[in-house]
Design a protein around this ligand. Structure first.
Ligand SMILES: C[S@@+](CC[C@H](N)C(=O)[O-])C[C@H]1O[C@@H](n2cnc3c(N)ncnc32)[C@H](O)[C@@H]1O
Length: 240
């Protein structure tokens, strides 16, 4: 505390708070009716959606995306700083990866995490083309482990990804561990509360549902930045 009052930054090696091992009873997985876009596995009453295949790369890179989703406003809201270490989980073709790589500059690092190697290959071609491959680390994760170093990230971003995690509890626990103390976890999800958002129901989430699912993790909900036409920007923070 004295160090904070004196304006001295805490040592980078400061130990992060411990995170419990077991999965609490309320975070159980249940099998149920499998609907058209789902996998028949339920978590906190929500059916988990199918994963988008690499055939969806063209849709992620569509030219009208910036205008439709105002991805420029999202990037602004993240308030990235030069030198930041960021993880882009479910990075896909790297739509956000190279844009964030430009913001963190040559001293920053972006871990681009994917479970589909085809996407990682495509992503690295795109990073070369954009001239930022030097600061982007491709990471082949698994369905329950993003393979990130502990207490390493200032920010972890998930755009349109969390609802398709096969193991949301294990992924969220691992991401909380990968945050530096005080680091931010940011979920961007199509608004489930809004029937006007033209996206399949399982690919949307309500703020209440996301907050319920993260209530079992050591991150605090901070705010919903309500500036995008179709999506929530939900900010969680790990205790300093
Ligand atoms: C709809 S795409 C979004 C891509 C990117 N975030 C964007 O907005 O352009 C979702 C991606 O999440 C990936 N994904 C799903 N589960 C994952 C997991 N457990 N770890 C890492 N990536 C995952 C999928 O392979 C897919 O490429």
């Amino acid at each position: 505390m004295a160090a904070m009052l004196l304006g001295i930054a805490p040592a980078a090696s400061a130990a992060a708070p411990a995170i419990a091992e077991g999965r609490p009873a309320e975070a159980r997985y249940e099998n149920g009716r499998r609907t058209r876009d789902g996998i028949g596995k339920y978590y906190f009453g929500r059916e988990i959606s199918q994963v988008m295949g690499h055939q969806g790369a063209g849709w992620l890179e569509r030219p009208e995306r910036e205008q439709e989703e105002r991805t420029d406003l999202l990037l602004e809201a993240l308030k990235l700083r030069p030198g930041d270490t960021v993880a882009d989980i479910g990075a896909g073709s790297g739509y956000f990866t190279w844009r964030m790589a430009q913001k963190v500059g040559p001293t920053g690092v972006i871990h681009a995490v994917e479970i589909q190697q085809v996407f990682l290959d495509l992503l690295m071609v795109n990073m070369e083309r954009r001239g930022v491959a030097d600061r982007v680390r491709p990471v082949l994760g698994t369905i329950d482990d993003p393979r990130l170093p502990e207490a390493s990230c200032d920010l972890i971003l998930l755009v349109d990804v969390y609802h398709e995690f096969d193991h949301p509890f294990e992924m969220a626990r691992a991401m909380a561990r990968a945050l530096k103390p005080g680091g931010r976890l940011v979920l961007v999800e199509y608004r489930g509360e809004d029937p006007e958002v033209p996206i399949k129901p399982l690919h949307k989430m309500t703020e209440a549902q996301v907050r319920r699912e993260f209530s079992v993790h050591p991150v605090r909900f901070e705010r919903n930045i309500d500036v995008l036409p179709r999506q929530h920007i939900l900010i969680f923070r790990r205790d300093p």
